[in-house]
Design a protein around this ligand. Structure first.
Ligand code: OFO
Length: 189
C-alpha cells in the first residue's frame, strides 16, 4: 500500500512505497537462477559441515575445524545473494535442500570432493554471469563479480591442499602433518 505524508505547510509530500510496489529490477529468469544459487550455497554449507563431522569422528581435529569454518563462510555467501535479491525488490525464496551425501575413505577424498564441488559452483556462477550479459543486467553482473573472484580463491585453496597431500603423503607422520597444516589455514590463506 502506498502511503503519503504531507508536511504542515503542504509543500512537501513524501511517498513511502512498499517493496512489492518497487519496479522489479530482476527478470523472472534471473530471479529463479539467483534463488537456485541461494539453495546451492546452503547445500555447500551443509556439505562441509557434514564432512567436518566425519573428520572429527576420525580424530582429524584440524580438518574438522577448517571445514566447519568453511561451512560458516558458505552461509555468508548464501546471505549475500539473499540480501541482494531482497534489495532489488524481488522475493528471495528458500527451497528444499538435498541431503549431503558423502563417501569418504580418507582425508584426500575430502579435499578431492570439496575441490570438485567448488569447480561445480564456479560453473554455476559463470552461467549466472553469462545470463546477466545476455539480459544486459549490468547491476547483477557487477554484484556477481565478487563471486567470480571468490570462486577463484576457493578453487586455489582446495587445490593447494590436495597438492600438499600429494607431496607429503599420508603414510607415517604424513596424516598428522597434513591435519595440523589444514587446521592452521585460514579459509583464504
Ligand atoms: Fe565455496 O563458495 Fe560458495 O559455494
Amino acid at each position: 500500500m502506498k502511503k503519503t505524508i504531507t508536511c504542515i505547510c503542504g509543500s512537501y509530500v513524501y511517498s513511502f512505497i512498499t517493496k512489492q510496489q518497487r519496479k522489479k529490477m530482476l527478470s523472472e529468469n534471473l530471479l529463479k537462477k539467483l534463488n537456485t544459487q541461494v539453495n546451492l550455497e546452503f547445500y555447500s554449507s551443509n556439505l562441509y559441515l557434514q564432512m567436518s563431522a566425519w573428520a572429527d569422528n576420525k580424530g582429524l581435529s584440524g580438518t574438522a575445524r577448517f571445514l566447519r569454518e568453511h561451512a560458516a563462510e558458505e552461509m555468508q555467501h548464501m546471505h549475500k545473494i539473499f540480501d541482494y535479491i531482497q534489495d532489488t525488490g524481488a522475493l528471495a525464496e528458500l527451497g528444499t535442500i538435498d541431503k549431503p551425501e558423502i563417501n569418504l575413505d580418507n582425508i584426500r577424498d575430502v579435499f578431492e570432493q570439496t575441490y570438485e564441488h567448488e569447480k561445480f559452483i564456479t560453473k554455476q556462477i559463470n552461467d549466472l554471469v553469462d545470463v546477466t550479459l545476455q539480459e544486459k543486467d549490468f547491476s547483477t553482473f557487477n554484484f556477481l563479480q565478487w563471486y567470480v573472484s571468490e570462486q577463484h580463491e576457493e578453487e586455489k585453496l582446495f587445490k593447494s591442499i590436495l597438492d600438499k597431500i600429494d607431496i607429503i603423503g599420508l603414510d607415517g607422520r604424513g596424516l598428522f602433518m597434513i591435519d595440523r597444516e589444514v587446521g592452521n589455514m585460514l579459509v583464504h590463506a
